[in-house]
Design a protein around this ligand. Sequence first.
Ligand code: ZN
Length: 297
Amino acid sequence: MIGLDGLDPDFLERHRHELPVLKSLMEEGASGKLRSTIPPFSLAAWPTAMSGMNPARTGVTCLPEDDFNWSVPPLNSQSIKVPLIWDVVGLNDKKVAVVNVPLTYPPSPVNGFMISGFLTPNRATDFTWPPEFRLELSPGYETSFDFMQHEVDREFFLKRLYLLTRKQFENVEELIKKKPWDLFIYVVSGTDWIQHYFCKDQGLPGWEESEAIMLDYFREIDAFLGRLRRSVDSSTTIVILSDHGFGKVPSSFVYLNHWLKEKNYLTFRGSLSASVKNYLSRHLRSQIGRASCRERV
Ligand SMILES: [Zn+2]
C-alpha cells in the first residue's frame, strides 16, 4: 500500500498521460475518488484511512496550527485512540512493515517493523520499532523536515525534498525486497509538501511554472512506483491511496463557530469578550482560514 499524500484527483487527471505507472495501475485495476475527512487535513485523514473510523472516533480532529512547534509536535501516535490496520493484521499473525505514515511517532510495537513518519520530532533518533532497526537504514535517512520554514528559499526547499525522497525510496526498495512482510505500507509526504509550497500560485502569473515543478516531482514518484511494482510478484495486490486533494484557497470562508455564536447556539468558557476576541484574532491571522478545533461547542 503506497500513500501519496495530497494526490489531487484533478491534478492526476490533467497529467495522467505523463505519469505512466499511475495511469497503467488505474487502467488495469480499479480506481475512484475517495472522500476525505472533515477537516481534510493529513493528520486527521491518515488515522481515518488506517482505521476506517472518522476523526471523532480516532481522536485526531485537526492540526493545532497556532502554537505549532516542530521541535515538540503537539500531536503524536498516542493521540490516536483506535487500533490501526497494522495492529489488526499483526494480531492475525501476519507480518507488517509500516514506513513513514504520518503520526506514527513514537513508533509502537508491531508484528514486523515501523519507521515513523511526518511529525517525528526534529533530531529524534528513536523513530523505529524495534529501536535497533534504525541501524538497518542507510546513513542520513530522514523522516521529515520542517518544510514550512524553508518557504522563503525555493531552491533549498526543492533540494532537501528530493534528497529526503530519494533516500527514503532507496531504503523502502531495499526493505521490500529483503524483509518478510504480508502488508507493506509506505506514505510519501513530499507530494503534500510540494503542493503546500506551490499550489498557492494557482491562477496567478507564473502558475504554469509551479505546475511544471510539481509535475516533475510526481514524475519522480511515478518512476519510483514503477520500480516498486517490479520488486513485487504479480500476485501482490497494490493499493495507491491518498488522504485529500489540493486546490487554491477560496476567497471566503464560513466560520461555523462564529455563525453558531451569532445564533446563540454557542457559548464560550470564561470571559465572553476575551474568548470572542481571541477567537476572531486567531482567524483573522490565519491566511488560510482553517476553522479552529479548540473552540468548544
Ligand atoms: Zn495530507
